[in-house]
Design a protein around this ligand. Sequence first.
Ligand SMILES: *[C@@H]1O[C@H](CO)[C@@H](O)[C@H](O)[C@H]1NC(C)=O
Ligand SMILES: [Zn+2]
Length: 182
Amino acid sequence: MLHLLLLSALCAMAYGQCPNILTKAQWGGRAATCRTAMTTPVAYVVVHHTEGTACTTQTNCIAQAKSVQNYHMNSNGWCDAGYSFMVGEDGNVYEGRGWSSVGAHAPNYNSNSIGISVFGSYTSRNPNAAAQNAVQNLISCGVSRGFIRSTYILKGHRNVTATSCPGNTFYSTVASWPRFQA
Ligand SMILES: *[C@@H]1O[C@H](CO)[C@@H](O)[C@H](O)[C@H]1NC(C)=O
Ligand SMILES: [Zn+2]
């Protein structure tokens, strides 16, 4: 029993606190139509909101992931969802371009950042604790798995381009997290 506990503690250290990540295959996303490999570990993490509908169940978050991906592919004409990952208030992470593909979420930062977007609009409220924890755990997971530099800089989308993203309330919260630099 003790050695099992020790083993899981060691695994948690080795792999960081990875949240539950649904791969694109698991949420039924479309395959990317093109891909540019990204050099990792990246130096930046950029946080977004989708400015769409929030979701608190896996079923509803899958619908949001599909809606974002369809919008980015059909209307914007992109190869895939623009974000590296999407996060729901169900506490799950939904894979977009993933850890090692160049994204389409923040001009000048796409090839050197992980872009994480929370489903919903956070101008006047924060994402719930489950979503906030999932974002923070995803970042530590990326660091421990070697996709994000341990010296990474955290930014809100509004700090790299003219946009209100990720919303006033959520932006203030993100600005209080470790390694944030406007
Ligand atoms: C970052 O965003 C905040 C809030 O909108 C703004 O006050 C600040 O000037 C921005 N900083 C940079 C460097 O973009
Ligand atoms: Zn954004």
